[in-house]
Design a protein around this ligand. Structure first.
Ligand SMILES: [Zn+2]
Length: 290
């Protein structure tokens, strides 16, 4: 009996704080909102990096090696960089599917390709993986994180549920505010560098008429740029939505030629100095567009 009590205490103690590795800073923000002080977070990529190509530093292997669980974006966004890091980390806990949460399974993906040929560029087979940029998806992701943390750390499950309720209440207020702020932009055309903002654009009823990339993952060419300028002169998009991690040279050229504003926008928490957490990520995108 005493031994059982001892075991229970050890169990309680060692599970008092869990370490969760996450691929991107926006996931860290979610885990922080739901997990609070009960969870240590190891964030792999930085917010101003290209999420498709994270450079495999040894420090990232350490972050994976000492994690109890892993939360990924999924939808193939990490396919080019995470698998080799996981292999080097050789952390058996992360090889168990019960310890890995794939957020892409929790939302409906858009832009699912009809075929996977090279003629479509570097497309993602499951659809566009940048789903966290629809702020209406954030409560679904928060819910998935709450369920996952509760399974990994049952002793604190009621706290995770409580934190989820508070988070959802606050987020609902933000959504209402953003919906009214964005209402005047409904129906407007925009141009992007890469289709990273497609979920955001769709959420607010805007239309992406073209990308500076001729195809996803393919750098700009002069013939495509000239075609895009002609299209923009005809369709009058109100802005070029540009991420922070691609060179802005072509975007600046197009903006000069067309007189259409180039907006450099955060795609993740930490991508710009104003995007400090999930709320300010969306608030700063919206402020830059209005
Ligand atoms: Zn992409």
């Amino acid at each position: 009996m005493k031994f059982l009590l001892f075991l229970t205490l050890i169990f309680t103690f060692s599970y008092a704080k869990i370490t969760v590795a996450v691929s991107y800073p926006y996931i860290a923000s979610l885990v922080d909102s739901i997990g609070g002080d009960n969870v240590d977070i190891n964030t792999l990529a930085q917010g101003n990096w290209d999420p498709h190509f994270v450079s495999p530093k040894p420090s990232l292997i350490v972050k994976l090696r000492n994690a109890d669980a892993l939360i990924i974006n999924g939808g193939d966004l990490e396919i080019g960089w995470l698998p080799p890091l996981l292999e080097k980390a050789s952390n058996s806990r992360l090889n168990q599917s019960a310890n890995v949460l794939d957020l892409s399974r929790k939302v409906a993906l858009i832009d699912v390709p009809k075929s996977m040929g090279r003629e479509n560029g570097d497309v993602h087979a499951d659809g566009n993986p940048h789903f966290h940029l629809d702020p209406h998806n954030i409560p679904l992701l928060a819910e998935a994180v709450s369920v996952f943390l509760s399974q990994k750390d049952p002793l604190n499950a009621s706290q995770y549920r409580k934190n989820l309720t508070v988070f959802k209440q606050q987020w609902t207020i933000h959504l209402k505010h953003w919906d009214s702020q964005m209402a005047p932009l409904r129906g407007k055309n925009i141009v992007q560098y890469h289709p990273v903002f497609n979920y955001f654009i769709r959420a607010y009823g805007m239309k992406s008429i073209g990308t500076i990339e001729p195809l996803a993952g393919i750098p700009p060419s002069s013939s495509h740029t000239m075609q895009l300028i002609a299209l923009m002169n005809e369709k009058k998009p109100f802005c070029i939505m540009h991420d922070v991690y691609h060179p802005t040279k072509t975007g600046e050229f197009i903006s000069d030629k067309t007189g259409i504003k180039l907006a450099i926008l955060p795609h993740d928490v930490g991508a710009t100095s104003s995007a400090t957490e999930l709320y300010t990520l969306f608030a700063s995108i919206i402020q830059a567009l209005r």
